[in-house]
Design a protein around this ligand. Sequence first.
Ligand code: S3P
Length: 174
Amino acid sequence: MNLLVLVGFMGCGKSTVGKLLSASLGWRFCDLDERIEARAGLSIAAIFAKRGEAAYRQLESHELLNALGEARARRTVLALGGGTFAQPQNLEPIRQAGAATVFLEVGIEELLTRCSAMANRPLFRDEASFRGLYEYRLEFYRQARFTVPAGNASPAEVAERVLAVLNRNALLAD
Ligand code: S3P
């Protein structure tokens, strides 16, 4: 296994936990949101505001393919955006890349608390739409190969849980 993909709703800790995992594994870290911003030369909020969500999703799928391609050459921990794994066109390329997908599961109440404190997320508009989006996306996130509880725990503890799951499944053997 050469590619670990972290999946889950905004605020679940994909980027923070991903960086910790890349440090402990000695693997490269790739943050899809950061790649998209670098490619567009705009923040995610600005891409949504200027070009709209549909254009953002196209950019996201395109950068995902680039990231998956790069991961063939170097072992990688890839943190997706909150919506990436809920776009059907993105699932097959991730599967074909042989990725171990891990859903970082955090309950909606905790996500609300975490995300209310952050101003930079275009899809955090109001509580009702946030809850609706979470409900809609859960069935996609549950298609990840592994689910790791990620609420009420520090990023370091969550990273340990992910490593334990990967070890239990002999995915870090070589
Ligand atoms: C999104 C989540 C964000 C970012 C963009 C869209 C979503 O990523 O990709 O704002 O659709 O939930 P994070 O999950 O890293 O916040």
